[in-house]
Design a protein around this ligand. Structure first.
Ligand code: NAP
Length: 492
């Protein structure tokens, strides 16, 4: 039976997928004093901030949804960004979560107060809040990465980053330059090419682009069936979660299945691009599946349009009129679209987080982010992260990982609610041991066989090597011997 109690008070930072999951989970387990502080003007995280043309989820929507808020009637198998964002808003409204989310509120500082076993949280507006527990659900893909290209600030036209799209920028009938060839670059090129007067895609490192029918609609009959049979819907969700585990396995462990997908990636290029020179220039210098996989049903067709150009020469500078490449050519341009990704390193920053004995998060993570079970950090009592260091990425459902982590945190909230316990803090030894086992578990995977992901190249957020089943078992048994448990005076 669920009991209610206003203690512990909880502040969740961020109202994206992880923050919404945590808020709903904590409230449904009887924690009433839970508040989400969200910097943006709406919930949704990346789906609020990212609004670039062509934004589509490259994970099927029937898996890219909260387990507690199934949506049977997605319009497409791979839904567009606007529909996903409407879903987040609807979930928050329908579950009565809105009143617990404070929008337009950026947290700048969180400090552990040992005397009161609580966190003092300050916002950019000067508001001060107090809570026994802080949960950081701040997301890895938040801070846009702006490339350091000489002259970028002297460009006379418009420069727009995909992660902060400016809807007033006109792209139709103009010469557009797109820099970057990750999932975003590929989607934005496909979306802008038709109406552009000319489009040049600057590709520093070509990517393997797996063909998939991304514009496929989900049939109304399927929606009706899933609506009528919720158990079948839940079953489909489970099957898709299993499928994502198989995909993660294919991505990480050498096997015949991995080789089959690699062959499919090569065929996707070969069958769609007949021009040999263009194909050569689109061919990466690494094996398929060595980076987070890009999926598109339209990119290769888009780049072969007569007014589309692929430039693989290095960019040397941006001039007032366009982009100059290493061969000395200046490519006239009206609009520069930066699809150059995110500063994943700045996870949980630029907040100042000060834990026990004045230890800052910057100090604790000087050698890179690390956490116990992806969520608890030594030196930071009563603080947890969701989708934190080493959380599963790629094909594993973020909603599922968030749910498992939120359930794990609930265990500690219950300890704090029970009375007597005032703080919980993971030990250094447990965190060291966990990260050593993590490195060992990665041994037989591609991450240690010369195949690098952008997570690793980015420095620190490595692909978590476990599948959802083992992930659940890693999170479902909180081990008290790995935590310092603080108690109120007199409670021993
Ligand atoms: P990304 O994968 O980090 O790609 C950034 C691109 O910008 C790379 O091609 C990079 O080239 C290029 N770049 C950076 N600086 C450059 C410079 N100075 N000159 C030339 N090129 C430069 O970023 P993203 O495409 O935004 O994707 C970020 C994450 O979001 C990925 O995990 C992606 O899968 C995910 N995403 C998911 C969806 C979805 O539907 N679920 C949609 C979009 C994105 P190099 O490779 O040479 O560094």
């Amino acid at each position: 039976m669920t009991t209610t109690n206003t203690r512990p008070r909880v502040i969740i930072i961020g109202a994206g997928v992880a923050g919404i999951t945590a808020l709903h989970t904590f409230r449904s387990r009887g924690f009433t004093d839970v508040k989400v502080l969200e910097k943006g003007a709406d919930v949704g995280g990346v789906w609020h901030w990212n609004r670039y043309p062509g934004l589509t989820c490259d994970v099927p929507s029937q898996i890219y949804q909260f387990g507690f808020a199934p949506k049977p009637d997605w319009s497409h198998i791979w839904a567009g960004g606007a529909e996903i964002q409407r879903y987040h808003r609807a979930v928050v409204d329908e579950l009565g979560l809105s009143d617990h989310i404070q929008l337009n509120t950026e947290v700048v500082d969180a400090r552990w107060e040992a005397a009161t076993s609580s966190w003092t949280v300050r916002t950019a507006d000067g508001e001060t809040l107090t809570a026994e527990v802080v949960v950081c659900a701040t997301g890895v893909l938040h801070h846009p990465a702006y490339p350091e290209i000489a002259g970028l600030d002297t460009f006379a036209g418009e420069v727009v980053h995909t992660a902060r799209w400016d809807p007033t920028v006109t792209t139709s009938g103009r010469h557009i330059a797109v820099i970057g060839t990750g999932s975003t670059g590929v989607q934005v090129v496909s979306a802008l090419v038709d109406d552009a007067c000319g489009l040049t895609h600057y590709v520093r490192s070509p990517q393997w682009v797996l063909w998939a029918p991304m514009s496929l609609r989900q049939s109304r009959c399927v929606a009706r069936l899933l609506e009528t049979l919720p158990a079948a819907h839940a079953g489909l969700h489970k099957i898709l979660l299993r499928g994502s585990a198989i995909l993660a396995d294919i991505t990480t462990r050498p096997s015949w299945r991995r080789r089959a997908v690699q062959t499919y990636a090569r065929m996707s290029l070969r069958l769609q691009v007949r021009d040999r020179d263009l194909r050569d220039r689109l061919t990466p210098d690494y094996e398929p599946l060595c980076k987070r996989q890009v999926v598109s049903g339209t990119y290769y067709r888009a780049i072969q349009q007569p007014h589309a150009h692929l430039v693989t020469e290095q960019i040397t500078e941006v001039t007032a009129r366009g982009i100059r490449t290493a061969d000395g050519r200046e490519h006239p341009t009206d609009v520069i679209v930066l699809a150059t990704g995110f500063r994943a390193h700045d996870y949980m920053r630029p907040m100042t987080i000060v834990g026990r004995d004045g230890r800052t998060l910057d100090d604790a993570w000087r050698d890179g982010p690390r956490a116990y079970r992806m969520t608890a950090i030594p030196g930071f009592p009563n603080l947890f992260t969701i989708l934190g260091p080493n959380s599963p990425t790629g094909s594993i459902s973020l909603q599922h990982t968030s749910q498992l982590t939120a359930d794990y945190i609930v265990h500690w909230l219950e300890q704090l609610r029970a009375g007597g316990v005032t703080s919980v803090e993971v030990t250094d030894e447990a965190t060291e041991d966990y990260n050593r086992r993590l490195a060992e578990a990665m041994e037989p995977t591609v991450w240690n066989t010369g195949c690098h992901s952008w997570y690793i190249e980015g420095g620190s957020i490595d692909l978590f090597p476990y599948m959802p089943s083992t992930l659940a078992s890693l999170l479902d048994t909180p081990d008290h011997s790995h935590f310092h448990i603080g108690t109120a005076p007199g409670d021993g």
